[in-house]
Design a protein around this ligand. Structure first.
Ligand code: IPM
Ligand code: MG
Length: 358
């Protein structure tokens, strides 16, 4: 029997609750498809600060490197807000992305059929379906550039630097083109090339890489225009590729179109098979421990893990189908509407397991 090693980074806030439900589902699907999973827990974020003094202990990096995939809940919370910038829970998240070389962040924004009425956009704008994939560069740009404080014109000032190398743009562009080839063969590269030099290099490089993928239709949008187009006519998009910071912003926007940020999964990938999978929402400290969080984004992140790191595509399809089925009747409070049944975080996990059981 094939055996996989998964590191769990449950993190803070609702992180542990949602990861526990995702683990139930992973165990169930493993049983059905005859593979086994060995889990290791490791600390990341606020909990890591509490236990070890730093948001990303060495031991966590070592455990993640020694596994087939990493499943992350969420990090951060008010308790650690006064930590210095380089010791905040979020620094742990950036640190693990960097340490594992996970430069490609895939954030699909899809509307699940039963949730179509949950989109804040009018039905005629979203149409029959919405299926956008945001490919966000994850280990470069302003998130990782030089930053600091210094005096400017005799007053205190601060700076952050956006810088991309050609090689960094080439590799993320290739990931995006390959994804487009598997989907609708349309790629939109988003930048701010009318102002930023780093964006001009980004655009030149994406155009150069496009020669390797003549079947993909490529266009370019400035980020401000893209933000507008996402709500004006989201159907025009198939795959979007963009920098770390623009991708952070646009993926939140795209996710909201689908109705609830509590539904969307993500995969962070590098050169090899090892990937880190996490819901795109945060740690929601305001509802932590109440059992009302929506575990579906984490459960759907497990589906992405099965597809991209474990080569278990059928198991991944099974989870996505089960989620779609369960949503017809059952909802956590964030996606509840009249006529459906309200369930807790744990009940939602059990329902997906029961659906997988058939
Ligand atoms: C995300 C989050 C993180 C980011 C934060 C928590 C550092 O917003 O994954 O989108 O900005 O990358
Ligand atoms: Mg974000």
């Amino acid at each position: 029997m094939k055996e996989y090693k998964i590191t769990l980074l449950k993190g803070d806030g609702i992180g542990p609750e949602i990861v526990n439900e995702a683990v139930k589902v992973l165990d169930k699907v493993a049983e059905k498809h005859q593979f086994s999973i060995q889990y290791e827990d490791a600390y990341l974020g606020g909990i890591a600060i509490d236990k070890t003094g730093v948001p990303l202990p060495e031991e966590t990096v070592a455990k993640c490197k020694a596994s087939d995939a990493v499943l992350l809940g969420a990090v951060g919370g008010p308790k650690w807000e006064n930590q210095p910038g380089n010791n905040r829970p979020e620094a742990g998240l950036l640190g693990i992305r960097g340490a594992l070389g996970l430069f490609a962040n895939l954030r699909p924004a899809v509307i699940f059929e039963p949730l179509r009425e949950a989109s804040p956009l009018k039905a005629e704008i979203i149409g029959e379906a919405m299926d956008i994939l945001v490919v966000r560069e994850l280990t470069g740009g302003i998130y990782f550039g030089e930053r600091g404080r210094k005096e400017k014109d005799g007053v205190p000032a601060a700076y952050d630097t956006e810088m991309y190398t050609v090689a960094e743009v080439e590799r993320i562009a290739r990931v995006a083109f390959r994804m487009a080839m598997k989907r609708g063969k349309k790629l939109c590269s988003v930048d701010k090339a009318n102002v930023l030099e780093s964006s001009r290099l980004w655009r030149e490089t994406v155009i150069k890489v496009s020669k390797e993928f003549p079947e993909v239709e490529l266009n370019h949008l400035y980020v401000d225009n893209c933000a507008m187009q996402l709500v004006r006519n989201p159907k025009q998009f198939d795959v979007i590729v963009t920098s770390n910071i623009f991708g952070d912003i646009l993926s939140d926007e795209a996710s909201m179109i689908s109705g609830s940020i509590g539904m969307l999964a993500s995969a962070s990938l590098g050169e090899g098979k090892l990937g880190l999978y996490e819901p795109i929402h945060g740690s929601a400290p305001d509802i932590a421990g109440q059992g009302i969080a929506n575990p579906l984004a984490t459960i759907l992140s497990v589906a992405m893990m099965l597809r991209y790191s474990l080569d278990q595509d059928e198991a991944a399809d099974d989870i996505e189908k089960a989620v779609n089925e369960v949503l017809k009747t059952y909802r956590t409070p964030d996606i509840y509407t009249d006529g459906t049944k309200k369930v807790s975080c744990a009940e939602m996990g059990d329902l997906v397991c029961a659906q997988l059981q058939g």
